[in-house]
Write a protein of this length. Structure first.
Length: 236
């Protein structure tokens, strides 16, 4: 079953706690990202835990292997459930992160959902999004990571082309039908994500920016619960 991770992309602990109090009992998994963690550090993580929630620390570690491995080990001390690394850091870096012990789950970013086909051509004139995502996902799993972060639009393609891998997917860029895409270029609705069996969907502004965040979260969860499963062969 697809689980919702709410992105706490706010700038104060007061706003964070307000959201945690409103969503308590409905949402149990939260993303603490660069903005909130840079502003408040471990206090942002501890606040989620105080309210009984689990933490996905989304800092997209990308550096030399030893540095990333140490960052993963320090994340474990914070008691977070998962951390993100950026797979553009290479296989040696991903392997060092995966071999850190003890450690939280390692989720590897392939290509940011804010990027489109034209953007990836800076890496190579003939670079394509699907092949770049596929190659990074394969490399990450070979290195021993626990989940792949990509656009929901790439999930079916990866399941077909990497069908021998027990892939687990974490997908940002989830927007309710008719909702604003904001800075995301490759999006999917919560119902579509649930229909193809994505493991975790990361949702921020459609919930946190709503007049009633609890109602928004409940509506999204209800729509996902009633989504009809879709096979790999079913076209969008």
């Amino acid at each position: 079953m697809t689980e919702v991770i709410v992105a706490l992309d706010v700038d104060t602990l007061h706003k964070e706690e307000e959201l945690l109090e409103r969503l308590k009992g409905t949402i149990t998994f939260y993303k603490v990202g660069m903005r909130l963690f840079t502003a408040h550090g471990r206090r942002a993580v501890e606040l989620v835990q105080k309210h009984g929630g689990r933490v996905f620390l989304d800092l997209k570690f990308m550096d030399i292997p030893q540095t990333v491995a140490h960052a993963v080990e320090e994340s474990q001390k914070l008691g977070v459930d998962a951390v993100s690394i950026h797979l553009l850091g290479g296989s040696e870096m991903a392997r060092a992160a995966a071999q850190a012990s003890p450690r939280p789950k390692i989720w590897g970013v392939t290509v940011l959902t804010s990027l489109g086909p034209q953007d990836v051509r800076v890496f190579h004139p003939r670079a394509s999004l699907p092949s770049m995502v596929r190659n990074l996902a394969r490399m990450g799993w070979a290195a021993g990571i626990d989940g792949t972060i990509c656009s929901a639009q790439e999930v079916l393609h990866l399941r077909k082309t990497l069908k021998n891998l027990p892939l687990k997917f974490v997908t940002p860029g989830i927007r309710p039908a008719g909702g604003a895409a904001h800075d995301q270029k490759r999006v999917m609705t919560p119902e579509e994500a649930a229909a193809i069996g994505i493991d975790y969907v990361v949702i921020g502004r459609p919930i946190t920016g709503a007049p009633d965040p609890l109602r928004a979260a409940q509506d999204i969860l209800a729509s996902m619960k009633h989504a009809a499963p879709r096979s790999l062969e079913t076209p969008r």
